[in-house]
Design a protein around this ligand. Structure first.
Ligand SMILES: *Cc1c(COP(=O)(O)O)cnc(C)c1O
Length: 374
């Protein structure tokens, strides 16, 4: 059996080595390292794949969120509602822009933002909602868009973990995740479902005016060379990263299917164990993470045991954001975070990537079950 890894980037690269190397070589030959033709090519290909009017590439997923919020013209003091159970980047940029983060609880089964909690958190100062499509499946976008419409709010989808997932709305129509809200952000960090070989990110929108604003903000607020109309940032995607992404994009659906297949094998092994809750599917799930809940058993001891057996695993996330020093706020009430406070004790994410082999999955599931049943 090959050594088990949380994410196997080397194994994946080996399979597409020629495509990636050729694509990078093109950039080297043209020496257009920033905003070269490769960036534009990738942008167009991603717009086609997603069925969205505008993709604005940028330097990373955190910048993408920040720039989206800048582009919407949010002002200091505006309240932005997001999930308490996510990666810190989401709340970080809200705070960085002097907006007021309002963290709310999540669902106990699919870990996505709790719609009733969103409704309760709305005040006259609320300007936006940031649903995070956690671990690879979409938040309840029908409900979120309806709340946004009623309260005149922007919706910014944090799509860093769910690129390629399809959302089916109440009318039965399918949309790619990240194309439903007013604007969305994604990350091309190497371990994400579509990852480059460094940092990268992008913003998506169907709004022509917003897209124009965003294209300026990513490049020092310039719409005409050396004319700075708005305060911007320097957040561009390198051409070499675009070359990697352009070579990998045609494989994204295959990659997501491989993740789904691995998840189905995990499910089958775990589904009858009373101490293990397998991930709920609220819709299409592209498994950025495969995350179990461990009930009435020692999750931390399981983590230790797996590590001892050479099986990497992760606890995403070990501390709710409202308990992080940087984001504590006296307005929060512990009773409003029942779910996240519980999830941090129960969740465990198992190795999940495109190169998992059957003997590895068998070894992982056997090791988990043996420990839980003992
Ligand atoms: C990875 C991630 C980000 C940040 O992306 P970077 O490219 O690392 O800046 C933001 N939000 C979520 C939910 C993420 O998983």
């Amino acid at each position: 059996m090959k050594k088990i890894q949380m994410v196997d980037l080397k194994g994946q690269y080996t399979q597409i080595k020629k495509e990636v190397n050729d694509s990078i070589q093109e950039v080297l030959e043209t020496t257009t390292f920033v905003n070269g033709p490769k960036v534009h090519e990738f942008q167009k290909n991603l717009e086609n794949y997603l069925g969205v009017k505008h993709v604005i590439p940028c330097a990373n997923g955190t910048d993408a969120l920040q720039i989206a919020m800048m582009g919407l013209g949010l002002k200091p003091g505006d309240e932005v509602i997001t999930a308490d159970f996510t990666f810190a980047a989401t709340v970080e940029v809200i705070a960085l822009l002097n907006l007021t983060p309002v963290l709310v609880d999540v669902n106990p089964d699919d870990f996505n933002i709790d719609i009733e909690a969103v409704k309760r958190a709305i005040t006259p100062k609320t300007k936006a909602i940031v649903p995070v499509h956690l671990f690879g499946q979409c938040a309840n976008m029908d409900a979120i868009m309806e709340i946004a419409k009623q309260n005149n709010l922007f919706v910014i989808e944090d799509n860093a973990q769910a690129i390629g997932a399809k959302y089916t709305n109440s009318k039965g129509e399918k949309h790619m995740s990240g194309t439903i809200g007013h604007v969305a952000s994604t990350s091309f960090f190497p371990s994400k479902n579509l990852g480059c070989y460094g940092d990268g990110g992008a913003i998506f929108t169907n709004d022509d005016d917003l897209a124009h604003t965003l294209r300026g903000i990513v490049n020092h607020g310039m719409y005409k060379r050396y004319h700075h109309d708005v305060v911007g940032v320097n957040s561009r995607l390198d051409s070499i990263q675009a070359a990697v992404l352009d070579a990998k994009l045609p494989h994204l659906d295959t990659y997501n299917n491989k993740r789904k297949e691995a998840a189905a094998k995990y499910d089958k092994a775990f589904k009858d164990n009373q101490h293990i809750i397998i991930p709920k599917r609220s819709g299409d799930h592209v498994f950025h993470q495969y995350t179990l809940k461990i009930i009435d058993a020692d999750r931390d001891a399981l983590v230790q045991h797996l590590n001892d057996k050479g099986i990497p695993c992760g606890v995403y996330y070990p501390i709710p954001l409202h308990k992080q020093k940087a984001y504590m706020d006296s307005r929060y009430n512990e009773a409003d975070f029942k779910v996240t406070n519980q999830l941090v004790k129960e969740v465990i994410s198992l190795p999940m990537h495109t190169e998992l082999e059957d003997d590895q999955i068998e070894f992982i599931t056997k090791t988990v079950i043996e420990f839980i049943d003992n």
